[in-house]
Design a protein around this ligand. Sequence first.
Ligand code: GRF
Length: 203
Amino acid sequence: PRLVILISGSGSNMLAIAEAISAGQIDADIAGVICNRPDAAGVQKARDRGLPTLVIDHKEYSSREAFDAELRQQIDDCEPDLVILAGFMRILTPAFVAHYEGRLLNIHPSLLPKYQGLNTHQRALDAGDSQHGVTVHFVTEVLDDGPNIIQAVVPVQPTDDATSLQQRVHAQEHIIYPIAVKWFVEGRLKMQGKQAMLDGNPL
Ligand code: GRF
């Protein structure tokens, strides 16, 4: 199977997936890494690994639709079986999402359905939550709306600030994202209607 990974930032989840492939844990090829920010640290990390890497700077496009059209063209040129949003910080148009429905994954740093959107770590702290975490989900037209595939839960410590909590969550992201990708490429994970299914059973 062929993967395309979209990033905007440090690219550590992209690296975790690339390492799981190199280690023989996931039987797939990364056909492309695409980043919307020329200065993102993840771009160099992808190039250093020898991955086909492309920058599509969203600032050079006059509209979200124009950017998404170019993004879709470049992704489709890679002929992916699965498109992986790994810290890709652009909202995608409904037409884009529909085109990849059932083969588009995202990772979101909260225990969805809690804390859709931004600043999730601070919001969990402000709410006094004793637990926080991260979710891998199929992408639908509604932002951060699941359906959920896998979550990792971390404790919130009394001394935590948003940075320490974010670091604890990030470590778990690198464990659960490769697991979800592995399930998908093995044909075990599917979206049926708006339900994620593993081995034919609802998750
Ligand atoms: C992660 O916190 C992820 O949950 C969020 O964006 C961040 C990406 O980190 N959606 P990285 O670029 O993979 O290091």
